[in-house]
Design a protein around this ligand. Structure first.
Ligand code: FES
Length: 416
């Protein structure tokens, strides 16, 4: 018999909500997914204020490597670059002359950034180096006309930026205890190979996000793609093994059915490295925030970094989700699976097989969130109901509302 959960049920609010009575247990107002007013507040008081992951450090391994991220919700494009001095810097991707987007590529390597419009040239440190026909300008102060810098910092190889010129917290302070609990996970070794998927989804960013911070849906929505990997007679509704909330972030240990019967192709894939469910784990090598209960029925540890960055780790492999709001009902969804370097063709096959399995599962999620969003404005329903194991969903909504409530006192609703 699987042991699901390690904390004692409490009388007030259920097994998990009982530990966080301040969250309440009431319904969630549906309006938070459709309100243009709330979306504008989220843009100004969340996405333009917090640390946002933009890439991995491996994407900037050499001096001159750069990566460009268009962040629609922040109404900007960001250049992240490794300078000749090895330092990682970030800049708004806008020319000081007449506002052209300086770098149009998504990534590359160079020694300078040259604006395609009139040829102004910037160093990798953002300074303005060359202006064609400079003498015909009026009082040009080149020292003050570099690219506009953006705050940047790195945690465990994940590069974060903060659009706020004066962030209220450092990245380390923002990540807090959750980062400490994950310290020591071998992200660098596990990031040799990365496969990414990207899609524009017709749904509010919170609808998309919420579908990935609960696994109540697995036994129903994924019953064909994942018939027995995360569901068993002992745990038919995929109850989490453990959950923990941080001031803004959250973590959950996902159950895996150790008696899972893989298909012949899955079994071949498992044999060479990439598996969905583990039977056993290396207790001594995992950080305390990964399978903290040391359950033998553990599959993945879900780390939700507010507002929209998910790091889902197993042993030696991990994947991420990143959601980028475009409008109140449009979201860019990026998913990347990471693996150690394959040393033979069998391992390479195993990684490729996992990549496709993840894609097919994620497509089931994507279709569902679009269908959900398509009927939210019908007026037929006013509220969503959350069960005890949807604790991370409730927590996220409360963090959102607390942040926008702090802005001007307006609130759209409250998940309590
Ligand atoms: Fe960039 Fe003119 S807008 S050089």
């Amino acid at each position: 018999m699987a042991t699901v959960g390690t904390t004692t049920p409490t009388a007030n609010g259920g097994k998990w909500h009982g530990h966080y009575p301040e969250l309440g247990t009431g319904p969630l107002p549906l309006e938070v997914f459709t309100s243009v007013e709330q979306f504008a507040l989220e843009r100004e008081h969340i996405f333009r204020k917090v640390w946002l992951n933009v890439c991995r450090i491996e994407q900037l391994s050499k001096a001159g490597d750069y990566f460009v991220k268009d962040i629609g919700v922040c109404k900007t494009s960001v250049i992240v670059v490794r300078g000749k001095d090895g330092q990682i810097r970030a800049f708004h991707n806008i020319c000081s002359h007449r506002g052209n987007k300086v770098v149009w590529d998504q990534n590359g390597n160079g020694s300078v950034f040259t604006c395609k419009f009139h040829g102004w040239m910037y160093g990798l440190d953002g300074t303005l180096r060359f202006v064609p026909d400079e003498k015909r300008f009026f009082d040009l102060k080149k020292d003050c006309l570099g690219l506009t810098p953006i705050q940047v910092d790195v945690w465990e190889g994940f590069v974060f930026i903060n659009i706020d010129p004066n962030p209220q917290e450092t990245l380390q302070e923002y990540l807090g205890e959750m980062a400490t609990e994950l310290a020591g996970y071998p992200f660098a070794e596990s990031s040799a190979t990365a496969f990414s998927w990207r899609a524009e989804v017709k749904a509010n960013w919170k609808i998309v996000k919420d579908s990935f911070q609960e696994v109540y849906h697995v036994g129903c929505l994924h019953k064909r793609s994942l018939p027995d990997a995360f569901v068993s007679s002992d745990n038919p509704y995929t109850h989490m093994l453990d959950m923990k909330l941080f001031p803004r972030h959250g973590r959950a240990s996902l159950y895996g059915n150790a008696a899972h019967q893989p298909s012949p192709v899955q079994a071949l894939s498992y044999k060479h490295g990439s598996i969905l469910v583990r039977s056993g784990f290396s207790e001594n090598t995992l950080p305390v925030g990964v399978n903290p209960t040391r359950s033998t029925d553990w599959s993945f540890e879900l780390h939700v970094i507010f507002p929209t960055f998910f790091v889902v780790v197993s042993e030696g492999t991990y994947f991420t989700h990143q959601f980028w709001p475009l409008s109140v009902d449009r979201t860019i969804w990026e998913s990347t699976t990471y693996f150690p370097k394959a040393t033979n063709l069998a391992q390479r096959f195993s990684q490729e097989y996992s990549r496709i399995i993840f894609r097919d599962i994620f497509l089931e999620d994507a279709r569902t969130v679009e269908e959900t969003q398509s009927v939210l404005l019908s007026g037929a329903k006013k509220e969503f109901l959350l069960k005890d194991y949807e604790l991370l969903v409730r927590h996220s909504h409360n963090v959102v509302l607390n942040m926008i409530r702090g802005s001007d006192g307006k609130t759209i609703g409250r998940a309590e």
